[in-house]
Write a new protein. Structure first.
Length: 296
């Protein structure tokens, strides 16, 4: 049996996968991974990347640079110019990151699903019941970044960011196995609530990057704070930033999840469904043509 086949068989063993990625000292290992990933040693980095490739389908062909001083540099790598064309159609919300589409649909009042039969309430995710009510009847979509994917995320449309709220929490894995077993997982993990409005229409749009095991660190270009486990939350951070469609918002320092909340008159692009792989810049959501662009 080839190595990658053995790897896949082991990773598909749900009990073993859950044990190895969750029934561990998650926060301690996340701190240790943060320390290890910053060690500046080209030979150690090359060795670490070789080991990483035993467990993932890591592809660095599109990376702007091919030689890394630390594992962190590889995690947060930039891509070559033009590697991710941005769909500029006005009615389209571009995907903010490379991802696998997870649970999605219309909110039931303020309730969403992390997996079939595993609901969570938006007020707990956002940390603010009033803010959750402002999203009633919105549509949600879950975008899961695997550890080997491009880890930077971008603006899905021209938008103006008004506030970020950092909420400290746990570091559960966010893979499908954990989502089927850990109730309200997204509401337990470290996360940032990015509140914005589309520049052209004023529609509210909210991005919630959710950290995970080995990746409790989120960096945003417009907030001069490294959001990590030692930065206790909830912490509101006032912002006033304009982002053009496709402009980089920030990055994770490993794989994780972004939950996107948009008005209900946006619909998932026809070619996508749960389990689909999508790249940053490709069409993600489409505004219904019977909805005026200026509607708030």
């Amino acid at each position: 049996m080839k190595l990658h086949q053995l790897r896949d068989r082991l990773l598909l063993q749900e009990d073993l996968n859950f044990l190895l990625t969750n029934r561990i000292p998650r926060i301690l290992l996340t701190h240790l991974m943060g320390w290890y990933s910053r060690i500046r040693s080209p030979w150690l980095t090359r060795l670490s990347i070789r080991v990483w490739r035993l467990f993932t389908d890591l592809d660095l062909d599109e990376a702007r640079q091919q030689h890394f001083e630390s594992l962190r540099d590889c995690f947060i790598r930039e891509l070559k110019p033009g590697a991710r064309p941005i769909d500029q159609t006005p009615e389209i919300l571009a995907c903010p990151c490379d991802a696998i589409v997870g649970a999605h649909g219309l909110l039931q009042a303020t309730q969403a699903l992390q997996a079939k039969g595993m609901p969570y309430r938006l007020e707990e995710l956002l940390g603010d019941p009033a803010l959750a009510r402002e999203h009633a009847d919105f549509r949600y979509i879950t975008l899961r970044l695997t550890s080997s994917m491009y880890h930077r995320f971008h603006a899905p449309h021209d938008m103006d960011v008004k506030r970020v709220t950092y909420i400290s929490g746990d570091t559960w894995n966010v893979n499908p196995i954990a989502l089927r077993r850990v109730q309200r997982l997204f509401c337990r993990n470290e996360r940032a609530v990015i509140e914005a409005r589309l520049t052209a229409s004023g529609h509210r749009i909210t991005l919630v990057p959710v950290a995970a095991v080995l990746v409790a660190s989120i960096r945003l270009h417009f907030a001069d704070v490294l959001l990590h486990l030692r930065y206790r939350g909830a912490n509101p951070i006032p912002c006033s930033a304009h982002l053009s469609k496709g402009q980089e918002v920030g990055w994770f320092e490993h794989g994780s999840t972004i939950i996107l909340l948009v008005p209900g008159h946006f619909e998932l692009a026809d070619h996508l469904d749960e389990g689909s792989t999508v790249r940053m810049g490709q069409p993600l959501m489409t505004r219904r043509t019977d909805t005026p662009l200026s509607q708030h």
